[in-house]
Design a protein around this ligand. Structure first.
Ligand SMILES: Nc1nc2c(ncn2[C@@H]2O[C@H](COP(=O)(O)OP(=O)(O)OP(=O)(O)O)[C@@H](O)[C@H]2O)c(=O)[nH]1
Ligand SMILES: [Mg+2]
Length: 191
């Protein structure tokens, strides 16, 4: 991705690594291999599920599980109070809640309020959540282009909240990363 941090700066090319976590319980044991405080978390949860009386408990439990899991990666009180690691919260399935945008936003706010009735979750959200987006038809890749643009902008804006931002790393690591990307682009697969 190309970006610039200041108005008068030249655009620079940056690499973004995206991990899409398997959300099902069976994958929970693998998450610690990938999760760290050096990430921007985009946490997507199903708002319609939280509002559906038959699935509501599970819906809230999933959001709660992830918020608590991410919060364990705050290194200490100081980094936590700075919002490290940062979270962007996304509510999906809003088309199923209502066709009306105002109602969708209202219901998203209601679910967020319900989540925050637990003090522990409220504190986690206050510390780590940097932005929230309510999205309808997330499954339709032709819709919501403006929201996705805003989401990328937000990710860039809060990237400095990653715990290792601007820390020096050995040049050999960068060289190795470039080599891995080169091989991947040539079609090699790694297991
Ligand atoms: N109507 C509607 N369907 C959605 C929306 N977002 C996702 N879906 C559907 O919900 C189902 C689950 O979506 P996924 O993107 O696979 O969800 P996931 O959380 O990545 O699931 P795992 O990878 O299994 O953890 C799919 O059938 C999607 O098409 C939405 O905003 N509205
Ligand atoms: Mg998935």
């Amino acid at each position: 991705m190309k970006t610039k941090t200041k108005e008068d700066e030249e655009e620079v090319k940056g690499f973004v690594t995206i991990y899409d976590f398997g959300g099902e319980r069976v994958f929970y044991n693998t998450h610690h291999c990938f999760m760290s405080s050096n990430m921007v978390f985009v946490l997507v949860f199903d708002v319609d599920m939280c509002l559906d009386k038959d699935r509501s408990i599970a819906g809230y439990e999933i959001a709660e599980y992830w918020l608590k899991a991410i919060a364990t990666y705050a290194l200490d009180d100081e980094t936590r109070s700075k919002g490290i690691p940062p979270i962007i919260l996304i509510g999906s399935h809003l088309d199923k809640v209502s066709p009306n945008k105002t109602t969708q936003n209202k219901m998203f706010a209601k679910v967020l309020d319900n989540l925050q009735t637990k003090q522990q979750l409220r504190l986690i959200m206050e510390d780590h959540v940097q932005e929230m987006f309510a999205i309808a038809n997330l499954n339709d890749s032709t819709a919501n282009k403006d929201v996705y643009e805003a989401l990328w902008q937000k990710i860039i804006e809060i990237a400095p909240l990653q715990s290792q931002w601007k820390r020096t790393v050995p040049a050999r690591w960068i060289a190795m990363e470039h080599e891995l990307i080169r091989l991947k682009n040539k079609g090699y697969t790694f297991f």
